[in-house]
Design a protein around this ligand. Sequence first.
Ligand SMILES: Nc1ncnc2c1ncn2[C@@H]1O[C@H](COP(=O)(O)OP(=O)(O)O)[C@@H](O)[C@H]1O
Ligand SMILES: [Mg+2]
Length: 1051
Amino acid sequence: MEDHLHKRDHAGVQDFVLLEDYRNPEAFLDNLKKRFHEDLIYTYIGPVLVSINPYHELDIYNHDVIHSYKNVNFYELPPHVFAIADSSYRNMRGESRDQCILISGESGSGKTEASKKILLYIAASSTHSRDVERVKDRLLESNPLLEAFGNAKTTRNDNSSRFGKYMDIQFDYKGAPVGGHILNYLLEKSRVVHQAPGERNFHVFYQLLVGAAPLTLKQLHLDAGPEKYFYLNQGEDNSLQTMGDQANWRAVQHSLDVLDFSQEQQKALFSIVGSVLHLGNVKFDSDEKSDMARVTNPEIVATIAELLGCSEKMLLSALQHRTIEANNEKMKSPLTVDQALYARDALAKGIYDRLFTWIVHKVNSSLSNRCKHRCNLMGLLDIYGFEIFQVNCFEQFCINYCNEKLQQLFIELTLKSEQEEYQKEGIQWEPVEYFNNKIICDLIEAKPLGIISVLDEECLRPGDTTDMTFLSKLVTTIGKHPHFISHSVADTSTRKTIQRDEFRLLHYAGDVTYNIKGFLDKNNDLLFRDLKETMTESKNPITSECFTKEELNSKKRPDTAATQFKTSLAQLMVILMSKEPAYVRCIKPNDYKRAGQFDERIIHHQVKYLGLMENLRVRRAGFAYRRPYELFLKRYKSLCPATWPHYSGSARDGVHALVSHLGYGDDDYRIGKTKIFIRFPRVLFATEDAFQKRKHELATQIQAKYRCFHQRKKYLRMRISAILIQCHWRRVLAQRLLKRRRWAAGIVRKFVKGFKYRNEPECDENREFVKFTKMNWLQRLAVAAPKSILDKSWIVAPRLLQETSGLLQKLNTKNLVLRYVKKTSPAQKIQMQQKVVAERLFKGKKDVYISSVKDHFVDSRIAVHHESLKNQLLRQVNETVKYCIYVTKYDRHGYKSRKRVLFLTDTTLYVVEEKEFKIKDRVPYDLISSIQTSSLMDGLFVVVVTSKEENGSKEDQKQIERGDIILQSDHIIETLTRFTMIANKENVLKIATGGTINHDLTSGKQGCIEFIKGDNYLVKKGKNGQLLVVDGSSSNALIGSELGMMTDRTI
Ligand SMILES: Nc1ncnc2c1ncn2[C@@H]1O[C@H](COP(=O)(O)OP(=O)(O)O)[C@@H](O)[C@H]1O
Ligand SMILES: [Mg+2]
């Protein structure tokens, strides 16, 4: 779609400002024409939209197009009425300023259509919540309803607005429509009773007759054909089908439903519409004598009375009579037929006019904004356009006056004030000449010499006043005015074109000749009191609301129609001036409502009177945008670091700093006295775009700051809470500590007391202490009690537990012993027994004992290679060997040493030679009377052999004779212990306490062995023939084993 638009847009320029020859009206028209023939009906003059009525449907209002214009900068897309709507809407939202869109142009130029498109755009582009949809629906639905009652077909326009409409749409701060309000201006009510040829009455009458269900028509006593009704059949055009009345009827029904008209109200509404139709058919005649009017068809009056819910009699009377008050007396005066017809029409117009106003009020209450917050407003003015008919009456006079006022406003705001502003602001400026229509406005509205004043005066003046007296008064008062011409004051050529009952005004938009017929009546707008009274009695809810008793009783004369209109226009101007205006200037391409026909003559005329050329010239020379420094700075200051967030200097300097920061070119802007002027829209748009972007950044910053603030607040709250908790917790801890300390102090005190009384018998003071002491000692003991039998330590027990301690120590030792014993193997047990015996025999008696303690006692100490010899020997003696060891034997004669092996069997001691294990000595244990050894470190011992019994065996005898055996064992303690145990002869061991041992030598001689202490172990024959043994007790070697290092006999 956009593509399509773009392509076609190459025809002409889309902004007249871009026209090369912008001063030439031909070029202007040519551009319009080119575009018109391409169906490009919109063209800009800067921000003003010029629109030509295409008179055929264009596909440029669909949803996609609406969407494409949403939030797009004004000049980015081809000109469109949506762009105007969007720009106003955005200005309103962005700057919170009320807006108004002024749509002007003559009748049939497309104003109403444009206003509908704007409404459509606003509805489609704002947000979609349920409430907003409701409002939008109502805003949109107000149109078909008001058009049905207020629009009619004229020669200019098939759907001509016969009333002025100003609609305020109210928006909330989010830009969603929340309500609306409509002001209506002067309905052309004369149309109710009369239409010019080719024209129609208001649409609603036809819609009702064509569209309503037969039952409804029957209830209203109506027939379907409009030609039956006088009020509809004067205009001769009853082409109902072409107007789509049937479809429009349904649309009206729908609107009524949406706008909350109750069924009862709808019924009342159409009863009034029906009654107006019936009223038109009331006929009068008179008898020749009296000229008194008489209703010829009273049954119709009955129907009207039924529809309006009033008394038939009263109505009938009011249609035929008039009550006159004179000297406080009321008199009924009959009406003439003309008066009666006048009264009838006045009633029809009065009812319809008030009905229309009532509908507007009702629509307003349905549109009313429910929320009470401040709203932004967007006003939409769609008022009747300038019109020139064949015969122009009071209505045209009012309508054209209204258009003069709007043109005045346009001039004020665009041409005059703009140029004045440039001058005021000291901007270099070449003034553009234009026609100011103020002179015409003054001609119409000035007091006391304006047309309206003169008219009012004529209406109010006592005496006979007629339309003609009014005209002559006009001639006398304003006859010389350059914009006023009448038959009497016109020059001869002009005079031919003006009748005597006409006057001509040279309006800004053209000359209009007004026929004065009906000016006074219409201005007086008189409705006879009797009729009013009848209406106040009405049971029809709408009529009774429209005609109030207060009005009836009011003595004040109401303002004339023209004055009322003048006042309401003045109010409208105030409203419009207070808002930021946007303009749509509508142009009608031809007088025949025909598509594609570009009538240069009439278009040229419109361009001229609309002041579009002047508008263009001012625009070309002027600036697209201006704002007081304060406002400009306020809006855009965030775009420059120097002005954000506050600028300390003057607003003007701030703006200067801002625009230089934004990189404005010299020609882009001017600095005025109080305002900045920006020449090109694109510069402003770039700034605005930057601002929109910046706004998001700022919003993010604000959010961040707020989040920070929020979090910090939370943090501080948490911190305070944490401190509070800590505080309380510290208190709890301190309280607990205090409690503990108190308790501890109590315990210490108790302990001290207990200590003092510890030796007393158990009492309160010492009970705990004693218990504690016991416990404590026991606990310590549990840890410190010896774990091994060798550990003799024992913790000291308090006095109280001395006895226990002793018992426990014993118990512990026993226990340890028991455990030790349990752990001991049989072999260890034997070893132990042997060690015990060794201890008993030698401890403290022989020095070498100490060094033997650590060594295990063994059964055999002979080498492996001697095992077979050993076994051989054992087989020989047939005994069990209990112990064997290498020993050294010293001869009894000469003490020569021999290497021998000692065997201890169950019964006998053998000494065998080492080489072949030949038995050298065999001594049964019985023969051994003692075994002697020294107390020193040596390994020498003497086996003393004696006979107890004389009758021993020969062998024994021999052995005895050989005398004692002197042996040396490196393991003397082991050897001797084993011997005593095997032989079971503990008592035979003798340890010499002196330094010598005597022994028997062979053949009964006595030998002596002398033991001395010395450094090196030595056994040798002494000088005195004795055997000298030096024990080597000082040698270190002795520490290693019993005697291991002393001899070479060790295994
Ligand atoms: N934009 C348009 N597109 C199509 N037809 C249009 C357009 N504007 C006006 N018309 C036609 O012209 C007729 C008169 O327009 P309207 O808006 O009623 O004129 P005005 O309100 O100025 O008297 C409409 O009924 C419609 O047929
Ligand atoms: Mg209109």
